[in-house]
Design a protein around this ligand. Structure first.
Ligand code: PMP
Length: 371
């Protein structure tokens, strides 16, 4: 690791140095073409190879089954909050179920309410989004699901609150369809894609720059009957039929995602990435839990995120001091989200173990000086 800072930002977030250096080398003259990728036609042969390789590498990483399409879209995960009900519900009267485990799931629920009849199955809000109901508890989630729901929506990892599903609910709706926002844990571990009807993720946490949104969707859902007023840009079938080239895609961002996918494969794939992420998260949660209450992570242990680690200190003043002193030592972007305060260390795939070890050493030193 060569750079002078470790960047703990929640997104846009740190990217692998090898990827940035490769992009730097390609930027001025992509493979002898005399142009950069961002200057080329999205219908030319160079970009065609970029997007096709990115897709096949992603398919290999996640073992995406044949009956699924992979789309490279724009508009961020926020656009998917409306695109999902527009495509999966035939009218705003159609019901859809939501489990809300944090702010992002709540935003998805509220936005979807404009385009479907959104039913709240379970909310973690009464516990300040620090836990997740056992998705397999028969007396609980099941009773609240609408048997006619078109799908059940979850946010697989809540970026602000640091809660992550470790097992997934099996929806009891008419078609058993589970939809997940995986923006902040996409490609952080193996996922059985066949359990999902649709997965979406903004790129800017684990796999690239902002501006690219990945959608993985089961082909039978591309029936070509979205709600009548659905904009073309939100119509999955249009993008699937055009192999994500219906209009000009975010070419440079897709190119960077492709470099990240190749890097993840080179590291050994997602099982190996998960092992590394568990090691990093284990070190950080261990430091928090071993601090005699000097640092506190409010999230219930069984659902603690491997990606976003929120914690608090005794007072707001002490938290401010912590964040400032850490920044002086080259550990930046540790301030918690403005809506919840505290400290948050985002430790995505590209955060090296050395960055977490440095943070843990700093935490011990800071505690010794401020107990
Ligand atoms: N979902 C989750 C889990 C997120 O973390 C974010 C962004 N922080 C979003 C959705 C919104 O993504 P975007 O800003 O790309 O629209």
């Amino acid at each position: 690791y060569r750079r002078p800072v470790f960047n703990f930002a929640a997104g846009p977030a740190t990217l692998p140095e090898s990827v940035l250096l490769k992009a730097q080398a390609d930027l001025f003259d992509y493979r002898g073409s005399g142009m950069s990728i961002m200057e080329m036609s999205h219908r030319g042969k160079d970009f065609d190879s970029v997007i096709k390789t990115a897709e096949s590498d992603l398919r290999e990483l996640l073992s995406v089954p044949d009956g699924y399409s992979v789309l490279f879209l724009q508009g961020g995960a926020t656009t998917q909050f409306s695109a999902v009900p527009l495509n999966l519900c035939s009218s705003p009267a159609d019901p859809a179920d939501f489990i809300v485990t944090g702010s992002w799931g709540d935003k998805a629920f509220k936005e979807a309410s404009k385009y479907c009849t959104a039913n709240l199955v379970w909310s973690g809000k009464p516990n300040n989004y620090t836990d997740i109901a056992d998705p397999t508890d028969p007396n609980f989630l099941r009773n609240n699901q609408n048997p006619d729901a078109r799908y059940l929506h979850i946010c697989a990892n809540e970026t602000i609150h640091g809660v992550e599903f470790k097992t997934y609910p099996a929806p009891e709706n008419d078609n058993g369809l589970l939809v997940a926002d995986m923006s902040s844990n996409f490609c952080s571990k193996p996922v059985d894609v066949s359990k999902f009807g649709l997965i979406y993720a903004g790129a800017q946490k684990n796999i690239g720059p902002s501006g690219v949104t990945i959608v993985i969707v089961r082909n039978d859902l591309l029936h070509g009957r979205p709600q009548p007023a659905t904009p073309v840009m939100l119509d999955y079938k249009i993008h699937a039929d055009a192999a994500s080239l219906y209009n000009t895609p975010p070419c440079f961002g897709i190119y960077i995602c492709g470099l990240v996918f190749a890097d993840l494969l080179e590291q050994g794939g997602l099982a190996e990435i998960e092992r590394k992420n568990e090691e990093k998260a284990g070190a950080l949660y261990g430091a928090i839990d071993g601090s005699d209450g000097f640092y506190v992570c409010p999230v219930e242990r069984s659902v603690r995120s491997l990606m976003n680690v929120p914690f608090t200190l005794r007072t707001k003043e002490l938290e401010k001091k912590f964040v400032e002193e850490a920044a002086k030592e080259g550990m930046v972007q540790l301030k918690g989200h403005r809506s919840v305060g505290g400290v948050r260390a985002s430790i995505y795939n590209a955060m090296p173990l050395a960055g977490v070890q440095k943070l843990v050493a700093f935490m011990k030193d800071f505690q010794a000086r401020n107990h």
